[in-house]
Design a protein around this ligand. Sequence first.
Ligand SMILES: *Cc1c(COP(=O)(O)O)cnc(C)c1O
Length: 236
Amino acid sequence: PYDLPDEIKTELQEEVAQIAFNRYPSEQPTRLRDALAEREGVDPESIIVGNGSNELTYTFGLTLLDPGTPMVLPRPLFSLYEKIARLQDADLTEVPPRDDLRFDTDGLVEAVRETGARLTVLATPNNPTGRAMTTEEIERVAAASPGVVVVDEAYVEFNTEPSAVTLMDKHPNVIVLRTMSKAFGLAGTRIGYLIGQPPVVRESMKARLPFKVSRFEEATALALLRRPDLLEERGR
Ligand SMILES: *Cc1c(COP(=O)(O)O)cnc(C)c1O
């Protein structure tokens, strides 16, 4: 519900006036990537900044899925993941929720083992249920999975569990997806990012369209990151 405060909008007008509109942005918005890396405590090489996390979903879908690739999704889940599975003609296995609408961790562990899933997507806290997974539950799926496990953390700022980024050293198959659309309130500006091990990040870059993040978007995100107090008020 929070728009960017007027004082930041005014500050941005001056910055935007300085932007070279005739110049392509760099392939990755490096100042923003560095700022996000510092915030997350990871190397900049572990991050891809994208045009919203939706764009990065397409990127890892293109990177990891071919016709017939085994893929596991829990239900109910943000609908874009099923769409990319269908577009790429992946061999999709869906795992129904438990009665309380939480993901069925036992069912997911069994499904990733049985299918040899190359891609599994978890969302925590999930949209549309608001249910969160414990770190231990995510770790069980990651440990059982022969392929990549994407953890969509669009609402991580409202969660009390630590981020799945804490699992990445032990489980290098974990990729975390973040967005500035929700707690940061930048849905209209389109900034999302992916955190993964550098080899996974390098492979994913090969599938991406270039120049997805404009100079304007980078400046907006940086202006907001300079104001951590705003986020503090909105979270927990
Ligand atoms: C809103 C939302 C996203 C969003 O994405 P952007 O493309 O970054 O705006 C991704 N996943 C979930 C679960 C969401 O609710």
